[in-house]
Design a protein around this ligand. Structure first.
Ligand code: F0G
Length: 457
């Protein structure tokens, strides 16, 4: 008999988690204004709000923490981190930052100006925020197929090259760079193929534009290229990441995802002009150039995390767990963005809560229902997160409205996946009784979903 699949690690340290009663959760949810970001973590049983900064570090990473070099300038930890980044990407210039959005802030302070247009594939909300906050436009050129959740194609995060070329022709001098998000978080943790990255590079060369990768989940993207794209089965993840980054001029990175650290990020580039342009903003906003918002110990842990998470076994364990949860949802007939993504399952909320009108935010309503059902905290990647159009101030209902079940790296077991699936099934089974959603009582002008206050209808 063939041995079954099992994790490529064993557990050395645990953290207890606690269940609660439905009555307690009703009360806590109301106090939190029906916004799961306002809950306290003790009020949560299984926390799927994000896979960002919530992973479990390895014994090697913790050992690295103990020998961090906290020197203000020239710390050895910085050089260890830089060496690892250069190995994986080929980029020689590295600026550490305290997280991904800080990398965006530092680099975009140099690159993005009022009136600019930045085309890309489903810019993440902080990326969009840093572009729109500078009175520029984040132009989404994702393939249309990404919006059809039931369509199963291998690289649903891809850039639509025809849309991108039109954008480059139309906005010509107003485009400072093209951004490609790997994997495409907003479209469902969907990967971008090497072929598509090559297509973007060709267009960039044709129109003399640089390419930036938003690389938060670059290792998961490389895993999907290895598994799904012809010609990559025999290449190592590290060979694939190097080939991916050969097609870019630079990257912004939230290291809290594929770096498996609790805090951290960086900019890396091959362009001296970007490095020289951004470094002053790093000193202004983050810190001196060899730590930029990170402790020496955290840079050590990140260097090791990047090494570990570009090993096939580690990625295979993780992505198989996400696929395991997806298979459970298939069993119960619950619709989600197909195929299963790298870091999360994205449930298609309007297909579940068919009686809740879009003006009442179906995905947010489903988020609330799942929490009330079992203390599971997921998050909305939908109409609330989409914010309002900066010009018309209308809600943006043109994208998907998804409930994201983000799976932290190396944290939960498949038994937790079983609980999540059954809790969701219970909500799914009573979906026709859920006819009303929520309305907004208070919201911030940008990135409203973190702080929005809602009322239940
Ligand atoms: N880019 C992508 C694709 C992201 O998913 C995130 C964060 C960022 C940039 C910003 O990085 O949080 O380190 O400042 N995504 C988290 C999430 C918050 O839950 O998906 P950050």
């Amino acid at each position: 008999m063939e041995l079954p699949f099992a994790e490529s690690w064993k557990i050395k340290m645990i953290e207890p988690i606690h269940k609660s009663t439905r009555q307690e959760r009703e009360c806590w949810m109301k106090e939190a204004h029906y916004n799961v970001f306002q809950l306290r973590s003790e009020q949560v049983y299984i926390d799927l709000i994000t896979d960002s900064g919530t992973g479990a570090m390895s014994d090697r990473q913790w050992a690295g923490m103990m020998i961090g070099d906290e020197s203000y300038a020239g710390a050895s930890s910085f050089f260890k981190l830089k060496e690892m980044i250069t190995l994986l990407t080929g980029f020689d210039y590295v600026i550490p930052t305290h997280q991904g959005r800080a990398a965006e802030n530092v680099l975009f302070s140099y690159l993005v100006h009022a009136g600019d247009v930045v085309p890309g594939n489903s810019h993440f909300d902080t990326t969009k925020g840093h572009i729109e906050g500078r009175k520029a436009i984040a132009l989404d050129c994702t393939i249309d197929e990404a919006k059809q959740t039931q369509l199963e194609i291998p690289f649903k995060g891809n850039v639509d090259l025809a849309k991108l070329e039109r954008a480059l022709q139309t906005h010509a001098d107003r485009v400072p760079f093209i951004i490609v998000t790997i994997t495409n978080n907003t479209a469902g943790g969907q990967p971008v193929s090497m072929q598509n990255l090559r297509g973007v590079r060709d267009l960039a060369n044709k129109y003399h534009k640089p390419v930036l990768f938003d690389s938060a989940r670059f290792a998961e993207n490389a895993y999907f290229i290895k598994i799904r794209e012809k010609g990559y089965a025999d290449k190592s993840i590290k060979e694939i990441t190097r080939e991916m980054f050969d097609l870019a001029d630079g990257m912004t990175m939230s290291a809290k995802k594929d770096g498996i650290v609790n805090m951290g990020g960086f900019i890396a580039t091959r362009r001296k002009d970007w490095y020289d342009g951004a470094k002053g903003f790093c000193v202004q906003f983050e810190g001196y150039l060899t730590y930029g918002g990170m402790s020496g110990r955290d840079m050590n842990a990140l260097a090791i995390g990047l090494d570990e998470n570009t090993a096939f076994e580690n990625l295979d364990t993780r992505i198989r767990q996400v696929a395991y949860l997806a298979a459970k949802l298939d069993e119960y007939g619950i619709p989600y963005q197909r195929p299963a993504g790298g870091h999360a399952i994205f449930v298609d909320a309007p297909r579940v809560l068919t009686c809740v009108p879009r003006e009442e935010f179906p995905a947010q309503t489903l988020t609330i229902e799942l929490y009330l059902e079992a203390g599971i905290r997921a998050c909305e990647i939908g109409y609330l997160l989409a914010d309002r159009d900066p010009v018309t101030r209308e809600n943006r209902f043109n994208g998907l409205d998804l409930l994201r079940l983000a799976i932290p790296r190396r944290v939960y077991t498949d038994n937790h996946m079983n609980v999540i699936a059954v809790a969701l099934k219970n909500v799914f089974d009573r979906r026709e009784k859920i006819t009303r959603g929520v309305h907004i009582a208070w919201e911030a002008p940008l990135m409203r979903h973190f702080t929005v206050e809602l009322e239940r209808l």
